[in-house]
Design a protein around this ligand. Structure first.
Ligand code: VNL
Length: 391
């Protein structure tokens, strides 16, 4: 397995030597690799829809170059992500890679990005370590430490003393558990149990029973986008609200893509995240409008904004390099870029290539018959705390 990767990367380098000059004058092709099928297909649908909305709003030419978006489905399987990335670079002359619905998929592409010096824009995955895996990786989603920590602050300031954490047992879940707990404990809170659930096909019932038995004031939850509705149903069916256990979470759980289908049990849930469809700003109003127009009236979630801003990053960087998409020039241009996103002001941290952004505490409310994540507090311009700590 490891050997296969090494050979693949060496072969890629050899193939590039001949492939590069041929494609140098052509359009800038962006290979967008996403889970368009499988359990995380909603992420692929939202990210690609956001990228398309950007191009619908801003056109398909930047710095005199035509932008061509090529969307490929990896089905959420890391070996496929890597194979498709290699094919896009070697056979199709892609100049930029983008997408990556889950952490293992982004990690699988890091060696390709490094070896081929291909700018790689992570639009969805959120484990802090991803941008450390290659100097050619940047990110327009966010990191779990960045948006879990403020939930710890909020909880400690709002009468919650005893918490059980419940997270998906992989990169982003571990990050969320660590940073919520670290902050909550530093502010005087107590984490009495840390529960981890499988990423694939989770049945929450036995885990929710453990939460119930521990009798906390609240349960802090991270689950990847798309899974929240099933969790909310089981949380409610098993009587945790009646037992007086409050639900606090990252915004992945009350994902706007499925929030409206969760019904009453979701109301009152407190989450931390970087984007809500209900965010009030002229930029977001315009975004939601163009997004719905281009995508059959679909409600944009945070994944879509990762896709939209990923395209904004690519356009802004190409503007700065006058159309040069080669790795070193492009990555230099990325550092320090700033723009106004539908989520609020954002910039790319020159030290880490991660995104600096506002994190909002939101409460699920019924707004005119539709459930919305309504912002109640803002933590402005946060960096990824994991990398700040390592410095
Ligand atoms: C990840 C993080 C995936 C947050 C998610 O949904 C999410 C990840 C698919 O890094 O794997 O909401």
């Amino acid at each position: 397995m490891i050997k296969g990767i090494a050979l693949g990367v060496a072969g890629l380098a050899a193939a590039l030597t001949t492939a590069l000059p041929v494609t140098a004058q052509e359009a800038v092709k962006i290979g967008l690799i996403l889970p368009m099928t499988g359990p995380f297909a909603s992420t692929g649908r939202q990210v690609s829809a956001g990228a398309k909305a950007y191009m619908a709003a801003k056109g398909d030419t930047v710095a005199g170059k035509k932008i061509e978006l090529v969307i490929r489905d990896d089905g959420g399987v890391a070996d496929q992500t890597r194979r498709i990335a290699q094919e896009l670079v070697v056979n199709d002359g892609a100049k930029v890679l983008a997408g990556f619905g889950l952490t293992p998929l982004a990690m699988a592409v890091a060696p390709v990005a490094t070896q081929a010096k291909i700018p790689t824009v992570v639009m969805a995955a959120g484990t802090a370590a991803i941008t450390k895996a290659s100097p050619f990786i940047t990110r327009t989603s966010g990191t779990l430490p960045q948006y879990s920590m403020p939930v710890g602050t909020w909880a400690s300031q709002n009468g919650i003393k005893k918490v059980v954490t419940l997270v998906s047992d992989y990169g982003p879940g571990i990050d969320a558990e660590k940073w919520f707990s670290k902050e909550f404990k530093a502010k005087g809170g107590e984490v009495v149990e840390a529960v981890r659930v499988p990423l694939q096909n989770p049945d929450f019932a036995p885990f929710l029973q453990r939460v119930r038995d521990a009798k906390p004031d609240a349960v802090f939850v991270f689950l990847p986008s798309g899974v929240g509705a099933l969790f909310m149903k089981q949380f409610s069916d098993r009587g945790l609200p009646e037992a007086g256990i409050k639900l606090i979470a990252t915004g992945d759980v009350t994902d706007d893509d499925i929030l409206n289908s969760m019904g009453k049990p979701a109301i009152g849930t407190i989450t931390g995240h970087f984007y809500a469809t209900a965010h009030e700003s002229p930029e977001n109003k315009a975004y939601v409008e163009v997004f719905k127009k281009v995508n059959n009236d679909m409600r944009p979630n945070f994944m879509s904004v990762g896709g939209y801003d990923g395209m904004a990053l690519i356009y802004n960087a190409l503007e700065k390099t006058k159309g040069d998409a080669t790795g070193p020039a492009f990555m230099e241009a990325v550092k320090g870029l700033s723009w106004t996103s539908p989520r609020g002001p954002v910039s790319i941290d020159p030290d880490t290539r991660d995104i600096i952004q506002n994190i909002y505490i939101r409460e699920v409310k019924d707004v005119g018959g539709e459930l919305q994540n309504v912002e109640i507090q803002t933590f402005a311009n946060l960096k990824d705390p994991e990398k700040a700590e390592a410095k």
